[in-house]
Design a protein around this ligand. Structure first.
Ligand code: HEC
Ligand code: HEC
Ligand code: HEC
Length: 457
């Protein structure tokens, strides 16, 4: 009797061990990362780790391993891939639509999970004993992340220990022609860009209102109301694309939008040209800079140049550059929470955002809870029609966030405290104490900057 029991226990043990032991010897199917040919030794080392220990749950391209085709295992593996893909897709990251370096957000996310030792997920490691990130794996990933930042993303002119970080100080000046900027400034504030001479860009992007209109939805010509919250124009030159859904590649392309948008300025450049031609002084100033006169290209060139000068350095920049006294203790505590709670993975780079599209509702169903879903909520999907992009919105900048209320693309959140709580619930998936919320809000206030030497308010 006892002998039988022992044999049964041994057999059961062998069955339980069969999978993890087999996994020690059977390699997972290769992904496209394995085929990347590089002469950068740091990238080569990082790719080995990502290929062996990460990519299988962070792409839809790779075939399931042999055991992944059994019923229960299949559900677990597929669930991991569906969830993992919401956060990161390493095929998209390494083979972006427009070829270029791996994004700052992808780098910040890798750094975060390495620091937290949170990936691969612990249940998976029970079955894959040799997929832990070793010390040398972590070193390889971090060395590559730091080098990528210094080479491609960092604000130049700072020491390497500043340049290798995810959050970067703003450069102080934009290299733009002052005569062009002055024209752009004038056009930005000119109501003649609208059909009935009532609305200028500044009506919805007031430079005295944090670069926004501080209402849920903007009001255009004839009282037309939009369906998405106006983002700030301050520091917009640092965004990787323009609009919540990225439908404009840059500021030039963006500036064409509002003039012809029926719920904004409801006009067109021909009409604008006719009106401006009657203004001799302005026409003369314009011709001095643009000898070919009024054209759409020249209009958007000037407006975009002006917008690129809308840079607002803040106490946080002094802090980043090494002046610890620039932030109060509470602000510094908030800054550490901002990093520890993963806020700085999506809100990264020089403007703490503006570098990627992310799923709104990663950890809980934001749109289900809010209700009344409209097309504008679909975000990036409206441009790509790729199901992966549904509900992905461009991460907004947090610079001057204390002034750019109400919050979120739908403008439904009134206060910064609530905005932090919404992020914790829907993007981070952890509870937060009121004291920690206050500390983060204090930190966010340190992002209110100065424009032309004057602190915004
Ligand atoms: C077994 C599948 C699996 C493997 C292997 C795996 N991940 Fe994940 N990953 C997930 C899942 C599931 C989630 C979402 C749930 C969670 O955060 O636990 C996730 C989340 C993430 C996130 C977002 C985490 C956050 O807190 O914001 C990042 C970044 C990430 N993974 C990177 C990696 C990297 C880098 C590796 C390799 C070192 C890796 N993953 C390996 C399944 C996996
Ligand atoms: C009637 C209000 C209104 C007017 C007028 C207006 N905008 Fe906007 N602006 C918005 C809204 C709303 C959005 C967001 C739209 C979206 O993302 O779909 C936006 C987006 C932008 C963005 C993109 C910012 C980002 O974070 O993606 C820039 C830049 C911008 N506007 C500049 C301008 C310029 C330049 C003008 C004048 C030519 C102008 N706007 C006129 C309301 C307005
Ligand atoms: C996974 C990516 C991600 C993470 C992590 C994240 N955010 Fe966000 N954040 C976003 C996106 C996307 C939006 C825009 C959502 C929308 O408009 O519906 C946003 C919006 C915001 C806004 C409102 C901005 C505005 O102009 O309306 C604030 C404030 C904010 N986040 C702060 C935080 C803080 C604080 C944390 C950490 C507790 C955090 N975020 C974590 C992606 C993220």
């Amino acid at each position: 009797m006892r002998k039988k029991l022992i044999i049964i226990i041994i057999l059961a043990g062998m069955v339980a061990l069969a999978m993890p032991v087999a996994n020690l010897f059977v390699p997972l199917p290769a992904s496209r990362l394995a085929a990347i040919d590089t002469d950068d030794p740091l990238l080569a080392d990082a790719l080995v780790v990502l290929e062996k220990k990460c990519v299988h749950c962070h792409t839809s391209e790779v075939q399931l391993p042999w055991y992944g085709r059994f019923p229960v295992a299949r559900q677990i593996v597929e669930h991991d891939i569906v969830e993992g893909m919401k956060h990161a897709d390493y095929i998209r990251d390494f083979f972006p639509e427009t070829p270029g370096p791996v994004s700052e957000v992808a780098l910040a996310k890798i750094e975060y999970v390495v620091e937290q030792s949170s990936m691969p997920p612990p249940p998976y490691l029970l079955m894959h004993w040799n997929h832990f990130l070793t010390r040398s794996d972590k070193d390889a990933l971090m060395a590559w992340v730091h080098n990528e930042r210094i080479t491609h993303h960092a604000t130049p002119g700072n020491p390497a220990e500043v340049m290798r970080r995810g959050l970067q100080p703003l450069p102080e000046l934009a290299d733009e022609d002052p005569a062009i900027v002055a024209l752009g400034d004038a056009l930005f504030h000119d109501v003649r860009l609208s059909a009935d001479d009532t609305i200028s860009c500044a009506s919805c992007h007031g430079l005295d209102m944090g670069g926004t209109d501080q209402v849920q939805f903007s009001i255009g010509v004839d009282g037309a109301v939009g369906d998405i919250n106006a983002p700030t124009v301050f520091n917009s030159g640092f965004q990787f694309m323009q609009f919540w859904d990225g439908r404009a590649a840059d500021l030039e392309e963006q500036a064409d939008g509002p003039v012809t948008n029926p719920v904004e300025m409801a006009s067109n450049w021909d009409e604008v040209t006719e009106k401006l031609q009657e203004d001799e002084a302005f026409t003369e100033a314009f011709l001095a800079v643009y000898p070919d006169g009024y054209t759409k290209e020249n209009f958007v060139d000037a407006i975009a140049a002006f917008e690129r000068t809308l840079i607002t350095p803040s106490p946080f920049d002094d802090f980043l550059k090494g002046d610890a006294s620039a932030l109060t203790e509470e602000e510094q505590a908030g800054y550490h929470l901002f990093q520890d709670l993963s806020c700085a993975t999506c809100h990264t780079g020089v403007i703490l955002g503006g570098k990627s599209f992310e799923l709104m509702g990663l950890r809980a169903d934001y749109f289900g809870d809010r209700g009344n879903i409209i097309e504008a909520d679909y975000g990036r999907y409206n441009v790509t029609e790729d199901e992966y992009d549904r509900f992905r919105l461009k991460v907004p900048t947090l610079r001057n966030i204390a002034l750019t209320f109400p919050y979120m693309h739908d403008g439904t959140i009134e206060t910064l405290e609530e905005a932090v709580e919404v992020m914790m619930t829907y993007q981070v998936g952890k509870p937060i104490t009121p004291a920690d919320t206050e500390a983060i809000v204090a930190f966010l206030h340190s992002l209110t900057g100065s424009f032309r030497g004057e602190r915004l308010q």
